[in-house]
Ligand binder design. Structure first.
Ligand code: ADP
Ligand code: GLC
Length: 479
């Protein structure tokens, strides 16, 4: 099959979080199974210069956006994983310091930026050879593409994957004109929703199939609690919705081969993990050799991630001889609160505000427990990475986290993490207490680590499900 992925992130070319990880891994996993796969991304600042071998294709596509006609220059490069990537270049839209906006905020013209990108991709699909059979779009930034493809009656099957339902590409009605869609698309059967435009709604209505990144999240977004107002539309389209749990790319996330670690390790030889722990504490300037666990968080600092559940119990957590390392950026209020707290307890708590792949790997390897108190979590790749690195998650039982983690139950000798249900600091604290108690018995803890490290979340499972879904679409067997 020939498959074109359209997305706003792809690790390591451009990313803010897990979307980038998936757009790195899934196309490569499909290519490894013999499919012809390419990815199209916006040409963000510096990409044309840094992406290996980026070159102009000489193709300039005229794109209508509102009353303007602007050219999109198409570049081409090969991602480090070998996948062919097209870059849509229009510097006034994408040559900026951030992907979506500074300091966790959105650029004012994000509607225009991503409608431009979507229209450029739609035009590109008509020009590339061989033409794609499947156009697979991701999240609101590219959700308009299936609408544009249907409106033009182009012969491609389209798939929309929802990675995060909270971000829907909802903009004021005035932006409808940018799409150049006929006026009937501003209505219940189009991209209008409660007087605004909602790009994700358009994708759900017009994509031939919709997926989201865990089975549980596929059910959750049909409820008012997790539907962010768009749940009625999901329920109406549930017949073409599938939950497919993401995988972890073990060519990048594997402590046995990870070149970013000071020392590698395996379930049968955990000495390297101890070395990584010492190195992490040293590098973070924390006191060495705590009696209790080293906790960690690697995350975008957004409300979704449950930092609000952590802040009220931080002092209680750090009163014991434990350590905490947080790596993350985003909402400035969380950044400030974490920075202040880390200054209060500098020997035990280190906070780093940066996007740093090397450090994220060292943290996964060098900590004992990863904290994921998310209010909602479509998949939660850091839980998969934590397990693989023997870093047990304490997580809220929501979305993908509930599928990835098995709650530790000493009575049945099962489990590889600590789940809590209520979205309260007290419930979170109870799970922390359970984990600390388990950590005291180091022989038992080692067994837990080994169990966690043997869980298999490789892409092998998910890729077969995507492949089957594409095949059924092409054979006309499913919606
Ligand atoms: P989300 O996609 O909601 O951000 P996931 O847990 O699915 O959550 O994926 C997050 C990804 O982003 C992981 O690969 C994680 O390591 C990475 N990440 C998040 N923040 C940072 C950071 N500050 N530096 C490096 N990597 C980060
Ligand atoms: C989103 C979700 C996260 C998921 C990731 C990749 O950003 O918040 O849970 O793992 O996308 O699908």
């Amino acid at each position: 099959m020939t498959i074109l992925f359209a997305a706003s992130e792809m690790d390591p070319l451009a990313r803010t979080g897990g979307l980038g990880d998936v757009v790195e891994a899934l196309p490569a996993a499909l290519a490894a199974r013999g499919h012809e796969v390419s990815v199209v991304l916006p040409c963000y600042r510096g990409l044309a210069e840094t992406a290996a071998g980026a070159r102009s294709t000489g193709v300039r596509i005229p794109v209508q956006i509102g009353s303007k006609q602007l050219d999109a220059e198409i570049l081409e490069c090969t991602a480090p994983n070998g996948v062919q990537v097209f870059l849509v270049r229009r510097d006034e839209y994408f040559d900026r310091s951030s992907l979506y906006g500074p300091e966790g905020r959105a650029y004012d013209d994000n509607a225009e930026r991503f409608i431009f990108f979507s229209r450029a991709v739609m035009e590109l699909t008509r020009r590339i050879l061989p033409p794609p059979q499947i156009v697979h779009v991701n999240d609101w930034q590219t959700a308009l593409i299936p609408v544009l493809i249907k409106e033009r009656r182009l012969p491609f099957k389209t798939v929309l994957t929802i990675h995060n339902f909270a971000f829907q590409g909802s903009f004021w009605a005035f932006d409808f004109g940018l799409t150049k869609l006929p006026s009937e698309y501003f209505g219940p059967k189009g991209i209008e929703y409660y007087g605004n435009i909602n790009l994700l709604k358009g994708g759900i209505l017009y994509a031939d199939h919709v997926t989201t990144v865990s089975e549980r999240y596929a059910r959750e977004i049909q409820t008012s609690e997790f539907g962010f107002g768009l749940d009625p539309v999901v329920r109406e389209n549930a017949h073409k919705l599938t939950g497919i749990l993401n995988g972890a790319d073990y060519s990048i996330w594997n402590p046995e081969t990870d070149a970013l670690l000071p020392r590698t390790y395996s379930p049968t030889d955990l000495a390297g993990k101890c070395a990584c722990r010492n190195e992490l504490l040293r590098e973070m300037g924390l006191e060495p050799d705590p009696q209790g666990p080293v906790f960690s968080i690697v995350s975008r600092l957004a409300a979704q991630k449950g930092i609000d559940l952590l802040l009220p119990i931080l002092d209680r957590l750090l009163a014991d001889d434990v350590r905490l390392v947080v790596l993350g950026e985003g909402d400035t209020a969380y950044e400030r609160d974490l920075l202040i707290a880390s200054k209060r307890t500098p020997d035990r708590f280190a906070y780093r505000k940066s996007l740093d792949s090397r450090l994220s790997h060292l943290i996964e390897a060098g900590s004992d427990i990863t904290l994921i108190p998310s209010f909602y979590e479509p998949c939660g790749l850091t839980a998969m990475y934590g397990l693989k690195y023997g870093t047990l998650p304490i997580a809220r039982a929501t979305g993908g986290l509930f599928e990835i983690i098995q709650d530790v139950d000493p009575s049945t000798d099962a489990g590889d993490g600590f789940l809590f249900f209520d979205a309260t600091s007290e419930a979170f604290w109870d799970a922390i207490v359970r984990a600390k108690r388990a950590f005291q018995d180091q022989a038992e803890w080692q067994k837990l680590m080994q169990r966690a490290m043997s869980a298999d979340f490789s892409w092998n499972h998910a890729v077969v499900r995507y492949e089957g879904m594409y095949e059924r679409l092409l054979s006309g067997k499913v919606k």
